[in-house]
Design a binder for this molecule. Structure first.
Ligand code: SF4
Ligand code: SF4
Length: 323
């Protein structure tokens, strides 16, 4: 029996997803070729896990037996005013709020956990309605290209910064549910694009977007400061980002009118309102208490300190130069 696409979307909404698209499982050869080219040019910053299982990322039946359908769900995590506005207001009140910058995605509880829970609830809801079937959930998994499937399922399109642009902007977490059932109706891939806009390319502080739709991860601040094996952050310290980087998203017109997510607000990390104070006085104990349920916890106390010290050293050197 086929599953009704309308029911899937309704259940996805009930589970707290803001977006849902459905694609037929099949090999995505063009997306795979594009990915292989990026790896061949080392735009993936030599991340070995990205060199493995390339075929599987774009061919879900190799990841999950008898896969028939790929359901891509999105969760809008746009919580507050854009960080650049926050910086402007910090400047006005001279409270130095943004000395250490943390990406929006990390200012919320670990999305791997709650996205997975939502996907499990969606699968269970479908089972309750249609009986037993096999499924697999993935959130930020290295074995499937969630971005390529988001495009295929009509959830969004690639921005020139390589980030998926949806009707709710690009501050969106993606999760995938693979099922061994057919669905009555599949989406067409999105045919939208960025047009003549190049704002993200101009705004990227480290010139990582080397051509439209082509990001050199070796230069991407976010890729560098999220690398758990990296110990030297002097090359990016001047930008102040210690976890991730939102510069190319902050300037994007797609995010200017993006709605604020009430659920994301409820999921915001406990350090959010006192970010600077907590970082300035960070101890192993306060790290444990404030970051345990966030993605930042993966960097460990020592890792976060090294990133902060790099920024601090940079500003000290600048200050000394002008004394
Ligand atoms: S995340 Fe930051 S460094 Fe990376 S492409 Fe965007 S603006 Fe550039
Ligand atoms: S800033 Fe412009 S070019 Fe960049 S992703 Fe947004 S719409 Fe596309």
């Amino acid at each position: 029996m086929q599953i009704d696409s309308f029911i899937i979307k309704q259940l996805a909404q009930n589970c707290g997803f803001d977006l849902c698209g459905i694609a037929k499982a099949k090999p995505l050869s063009i997306a795979k070729e594009r990915f292989e080219n990026a790896v061949a040019n080392n735009f993936h910053a030599k991340k070995e896990y990205l060199e493995r299982d390339i075929e599987r990322r774009f061919h879900p039946a190799l990841l999950f037996d008898n896969c028939k359908t790929v359901i891509v769900c999105g969760f809008n995590y746009n919580m507050r005013e854009r960080a650049c506005e926050k910086r402007e207001s910090a400047h006005r009140t001279q409270n130095n709020l943004e000395k250490y910058k943390i990406s929006k995605y990390a200012q919320i509880k670990d999305y791997h956990v709650f996205m997975k829970e939502k996907l499990e609830r969606l699968a269970q809801g479908l089972k309750d309605k249609y009986g037993d079937f096999n499924y697999k959930t993935t959130v930020d998994s290295s074995t499937i290209s969630e971005k390529a499937w988001a495009v295929q399922a009509g959830v969004g399109y690639y921005g020139k910064n390589g980030i998926i642009q949806t009707s709710l902007g690009s501050f969106v977490f993606l999760g995938v549910l693979l099922i061994d059932k057919d669905v009555d109706k599949y989406e067409e891939p999105s045919n939208r694009n960025c047009g003549n806009c190049c704002l993200c390319m101009a705004a990227c502080p480290n010139r990582a977007i080397i051509a439209p739709y082509c990001v050199d991860s070796n230069r991407c601040i976010s890729t560098i400061n999220l690398n758990k094996n990296e110990t030297n952050f002097s090359s990016i310290a001047q930008y102040g980002w210690i976890v991730g980087c939102d510069e190319c998203q902050e300037v994007c017109p797609n995010n200017k009118q993006a709605p604020i997510s009430k659920e994301a607000l409820a999921l915001q990390a406990s350090f959010f309102d006192n970010q600077n104070k907590i970082l300035e006085t960070l101890t192993p104990e306060s790290f444990e208490c404030n970051f345990k349920d966030t993605n930042i916890y993966k960097l460990k106390y020592e890792g976060l300190k090294i990133r902060m010290e790099a920024v601090e050293n940079y500003f000290q050197i600048q200050q000394n130069r002008f004394c």
